[in-house]
Structure formats: structure tokens, C-alpha cells
Ligand binder design. Structure first.
Ligand code: 5GP
Length: 232
């Protein structure tokens, strides 16, 4: 049974009440749904890339919702209740950071920046700080400290992983959820829809900015990322 439909994925119940199926769609949206398209095979690429990322993180003792891949577009995941927070890490300046503060794109930051956004389409996922999140009862201080610790660890693992395939991890967004035992685990997806990835030598953008900013064929970019992952 379809439980939830988002912009890029659907979530279905299964016979096991503790597991869901995530189905990756071909739909692409940007600027909070203002720009939309259907891009054939994007869902397949994101499912494959997310699977590799969740497996890599699992091998490095990070708890995630991933159970197994089921098909080209489907993965079996643990049931979680998604926290209404988007957790963002920035290693290199880009995107909304440059726009908001008038800073040039491509500057390497001395330390990763940890950011939170309120996951709420109606208000355009506004950025918030820890006090806001606690006041709005979106998470406790302890939970936010845990999110930051996990996300910084994940950042180090992902940076190293992508660097091996000559990709710079510019920034990314993660979502976490609470499993049936109340543990906070990594959920959602990790793909070029949710990470900015640039070629180390040319700075060619191989992520969703191709769609957001009309920088080239999106599928070609995602295929390049997957191909580099597969021959690592
Ligand atoms: P920015 O805040 O610069 O737009 O995004 C920072 C990073 O988080 C980028 O890698 C971007 O892809 C990801 N990100 C932030 N918000 C969203 C979102 O609502 N959807 C997706 N797919 N990625 C997001």
C-alpha cells in the first residue's frame, strides 16, 4: 500500500510491519517545486547510487535504514519516522550559501559547516538553528548533538570515498528517522540529487545542479558518478 509520495520517491508498506519499500521515481524538481521534469532513468541511477552509499556507510559502522536492494527502482528499508529536519554539510561554498551571503562559489571551507533546515515545503524548507529546532520541538539538544556527530563522521567517510573516484564532495543533505526502537538512524537517500559532486580536475558538476541551472544532461552526469563508483 502506498503510504507516502514525495517529489522523487514513494514509500510503500510491506507484509513486515517494521519494513517499508522505497520506490525511486524519475521526477525531478528544483526551487521548491517551481521547476519540474521527468527524467527517464534518474530513479534507477539514484537507487543504485544510494544502495552503494548505504552499503559503504554500513561497512563503516553507520546505522542506516537500508536493508537491501529489491529491484532497479526499489529498496527495502527499516520503518522509521522521519525527523522534520534536513541536515546539511558544506565543505566547499555553493548553492544557497553563496546566494544568501554573497560569497563566491568554490571556496574550500576551513571546517565543514553544519546546517539545519525545517523540512516543510509550505515554508520552503527554511534554515534554522538549534534553539529554533528545540523551541519548535523538532528534536532535543541531545538528538541534535547526535545528528551533528553522525553527520560529521558521514562527511569524512563520504569525502574520502568520493575523492578515490576523483570527485569533490561539495555539500550534501541528509535526513534521519527514528526506528521502532526509538534509535535515530540515517534514512532517505544519498545520491547526486542530494549531494553536490564536482570533478576534481575540471570542476565539472555531476549532480542535480545540471538540472537546476541547465548545466548539461542530468542522466549523463549521474551515469558518470555511478560508473566511477563501479570501477573504484
Ligand atoms: P543548498 O542549501 O545549497 O540549496 O543545498 C545544499 C545541499 O543540500 C545540496 O547538495 C543540495 O542538493 C542538498 N539539498 C538541500 N535541500 C534539499 C532538498 O530539499 N532536496 C534535495 N534533493 N537536496 C537538497
Amino acid at each position: 500500500m502506498l503510504l507516502y509520495e514525495g517529489k522523487a520517491k514513494q514509500v510503500y508498506s510491506t507484509e513486515n510491519e517494521n519494513e517499508f519499500i522505497v520506490y525511486f521515481k524519475d521526477d525531478a524538481t528544483a526551487f521548491n517545486g517551481e521547476k519540474k521534469a521527468t527524467i527517464s532513468s534518474k530513479g534507477i541511477l539514484n537507487n543504485k547510487i544510494s544502495t552503494i552509499m548505504f552499503e559503504m556507510l554500513h561497512d563503516n559502522q553507520i546505522n542506516t535504514h537500508f536493508v537491501k536492494s529489491l529491484s532497479d527502482r526499489e529498496m527495502l528499508v527499516k520503518k522509521v519516522e522521519i525527523l522534520p529536519l534536513e541536515v546539511i554539510i558544506r565543505n566547499i561554498t555553493a548553492g544557497s550559501f553563496c546566494k544568501r551571503y554573497g560569497i563566491e562559489e568554490g571556496l574550500v571551507l576551513d571546517e565543514p559547516i553544519f546546517e539545519l533546515s525545517y523540512k516543510n515545503d509550505e515554508y520552503g524548507d527554511p534554515m534554522l538553528n538549534e534553539d529554533h529546532a528545540v523551541a519548535m520541538k523538532l528534536a532535543t539538544r541531545g538528538e541534535i548533538a547526535f545528528l551533528k556527530d553522525q553527520t560529521l563522521k558521514i562527511n569524512e567517510l563520504m569525502k574520502e570515498f568520493f575523492l578515490k573516484m576523483n570527485l569533490k564532495l561539495v555539500d550534501f543533505k541528509l535526513e534521519f528517522g527514528k526506528d521502532v526502537d526509538g534509535n535515530i538512524i540515517l534514512a532517505d537517500e544519498i545520491s547526486p540529487d542530494t549531494c553536490r559532486l564536482w570533478d576534481v580536475h575540471t570542476n565539472e558538476k555531476l549532480d542535480k545542479d545540471r538540472f537546476r541551472r541547465d548545466l548539461g544532461d542530468l542522466v549523463q552526469g549521474y551515469e558518470e558518478v555511478l560508473a566511477r563508483m563501479n570501477c573504484k
